[in-house]
Design a protein around this ligand. Structure first.
Ligand code: AP5
Length: 222
């Protein structure tokens, strides 16, 4: 793995961006950078950006490019980014994609690939509504598809508290899917035009999808 590889995971809510980004982080030492997680942290901390983002996130819309770009630039400036990064949930608009191009050029990092996780929308509501995470370490689980080995105990850290996201309800997921198709899906053509797009069938077994992604990471790092 080169020090400067940046990968983008594109896909609608529930496509498995977070699940797969965490697996790639463990396997390759890349840093998972989720703008959703950064925004939720800003909301929890009650910062000005968090206060502005809260209502938008609860409605399923997209937070303004200005807020997201400011948060992303701060995070990208951290020293651990030298290991390379997996962008999970960013970019989501044409303006964000253009700003990312400029930022990568400025800090001397290269785009390894933009990977489109291809899924059926109908399955996404069930995936998102069944999701929960460990309240201690953030490991992700699902009521049906990814249960802890011991019921009620996190596989990763042994904690027994779990939480669910307030935007993971059927109504908000529909709005998030609509926002994805309207504003984010066009980025698939944007990256295809740059010759950076890879497509992965993201329906089916989580470990099989992880293998497909690992093969891409190895390929772009070679
Ligand atoms: P964000 O946190 O990025 O949410 P999202 O894009 O809607 O994606 P999710 O986290 O819901 O899904 P995921 O693809 O990570 O799926 P996961 O791996 O968890 O954004 C939230 C909000 O923040 C946005 O709505 C917006 O308001 C704002 N925001 C964030 N970034 C922004 C930006 N750049 N610009 C503007 N606004 C922004 O998987 C889901 C579940 O399915 C899990 O339980 C998992 O275990 C399970 N699962 C995963 N893979 C499989 C599989 N193959 N088979 C069965 N189950 C699976």
């Amino acid at each position: 793995m080169t020090k400067t590889t940046v990968l983008i995971l594109l896909g609608p809510p529930g496509a498995g961006k977070g699940t797969q980004a965490r697996m790639l982080e463990e396997q390759f030492g890349l840093v998972q950078l989720s703008t959703g997680d950064l925004l939720r942290a800003a909301v929890a901390a009650g910062t000005d950006a968090g206060k502005q983002a809260k209502a938008v996130m609860e409605s399923g819309g997209l937070v303004s490019d200005e807020i997201v770009l400011a948060i992303l630039k701060d995070r990208m400036a951290a020293p651990d980014m030298e290991k390379g990064a997996i962008l999970d949930g960013f970019p989501r608009t044409a303006k964000q994609a253009e700003a990312l191009d400029a930022l990568l050029a400025e800090i001397g990092m290269g785009l390894g690939a933009a990977i489109s996780l291809e899924v059926d929308d109908e399955a996404m509501v069930e995936r998102v509504s069944g999701r929960y995470t460990c309240a201690n370490c953030g490991e992700g689980y699902h009521d049906l598809y990814k249960k802890p080995a011991v019921n009620g105990v996190c596989d990763k850290c042994g904690a027994t508290e779990f939480k669910r996201r307030s935007d993971d309800n059927a109504e908000t997921v529909s709005a998030r899917l609509a926002a994805y198709h309207e504003q984010t899906a066009p980025l698939i053509s944007y990256y295809e035009g740059k010759g950076a797009l890879r497509r992965v069938d993201a329906m089916g077994d989580i470990d099989r999808i992880a293998e497909d992604l690992a093969a891409i990471v190895k390929d772009v790092a070679a």
